[in-house]
Design a protein around this ligand. Structure first.
Ligand SMILES: [Zn+2]
Length: 179
């Protein structure tokens, strides 16, 4: 496990402990608010914008596109929290667009032209929404064959409040399945 993944996992574990989160789905909006972050639904002129983060000395705001699917909104919020905790930038608006997520969901820092901060924010989102301890616990109750069963995977994705694609990528990144 690379150092930056270790660091991300540590930050997430502390957050889960502080917020007494023991089960999925992880209450990502509550966690954001406990950090004093304002979460607003905002219609963007550019429909491809999924969310943004703004912070200055006094406040931090995350904007989420309300027309996105709820799973996607959770992922966007978790991604912006990743920027909040990992990338300290003041007085700057960070905007995320759909295509940023699509190409960067895979945990591949070596790909050309991929901003490492986006990779880290996506990794943070995956760690927060699908904590490794919760996944390990759930996998204990699954036969290995279930990992190939789309209905079983869908059920777990629903439990975590994530898309099937995000759940499968998470299992792949944890080495539970090959993808
Ligand atoms: Zn981002």
């Amino acid at each position: 496990m690379s150092n930056h993944v270790k660091k991300i996992r540590q930050v997430v574990e502390t957050l889960l402990l502080e917020n007494a989160v023991e089960f999925a789905p992880v209450p990502v909006e509550k966690i954001a608010k406990m950090q004093g972050i304002e979460v607003v639904l905002e219609k963007f002129e550019d429909a491809n914008i999924s969310g943004f983060l703004y912070r200055d000395h006094d406040r931090a705001i995350v904007g989420i596109n309300p027309s996105n699917h709820p799973n996607r909104r959770r992922f966007t919020l978790a991604h912006e929290l990743g920027h909040f905790f990992l990338h300290q930038k003041l007085n700057e608006v960070h905007v995320d667009r759909d295509r940023d997520f699509q190409v960067k969901l895979r945990d591949n820092t070596s790909s050309k032209g991929i901003d490492p901060e986006e990779v880290e924010a996506n990794r943070f989102a995956a760690e927060l929404l699908m904590p490794v301890k919760f996944i390990e616990e759930d996998l204990k109750q699954m036969d290995e064959i279930d990992l190939l069963n789309e209905d079983a995977l869908k059920k777990f994705a629903r439990k975590y409040g994530v898309s099937l694609q995000a759940f499968i990528l998470r299992l792949a990144n944890l080495g539970k399945i090959s993808y």
